[in-house]
Write a protein that binds this ligand. Sequence first.
Ligand code: SF4
Length: 280
Amino acid sequence: MDAQIRVARAALHMWEEPCLSGRSGSGAVFFSGCALGCIFCQNREIASGKAGLVIPEARLSEIFLELQEKGANNINLVTAGHYVPQVIRALACAKSQGLRIPIVYNSSGYEKAETLRQLEGLIDIYLPDLKYLTPELAAAYSHAPDYPQYAMEAISEMVRQQPQAEFMPEDRTEVSPIMRRGVIVRHLLLPGHVREAKKVVGYLHETYGDQIYISMMNQYTPMSEKFADPNLNRRVTKREYERLLDYAAEIGVENGFYQEGATADESFIPKFDYEGVRKK
Ligand code: SF4
């Protein structure tokens, strides 16, 4: 992407972890472009950078304030890593005008620690993926054999900045306590890759214990195109997901999220119709 900010959607989003979405939703701003190029990407339309409207920094600040006004529990910066300097300025401007809800940095994990250090003090909740620990798998599925190294260093920096989770005072109208600060690391279980998933969850638990939350996801949805790797042409089975959850319980993961029911559903993919991007 170039220096112009491109955004595909800015709206209340109900499909994050309950401590982020709550009842009123997370104020998700979907930036166009992505530093990774996963072959199974379900958000290809925006990850490729094709969808999205170019907006000035001042409009981005306004969008943050508008989402707060709509009742968002937080501002959720989805894949903003390639716009960090612009986001820092837009956040500073919005904060000076009354933005007070937590800021979530939602990322593939393919980040440089030095970039994250620039965000210190501005981000309340880090929400990275840890997709793989095996370089060969990261190369095959995301063209990035160095992903594990960068993602491990990035998560370490995120935990340094937010070493302990905190929640808002209990609100009985809410579905769950709402997070105020902390780190939630996501892992999307890929079909046929329970062993890799266990390695990821084991590493996170051994390294960070209950300092972080681990979100284990089963929502992988095959694309309409067929891949040479047959694993990618099917969904995760119930048994595969259970094996991962059983393992997490066995090793003592308590701060965890899992998905219920048949969640491999298209409803997780929002419409990138520029909702909330243009000024009304
Ligand atoms: S990190 Fe996510 S958005 Fe980026 S290419 Fe991979 S699946 Fe798509």
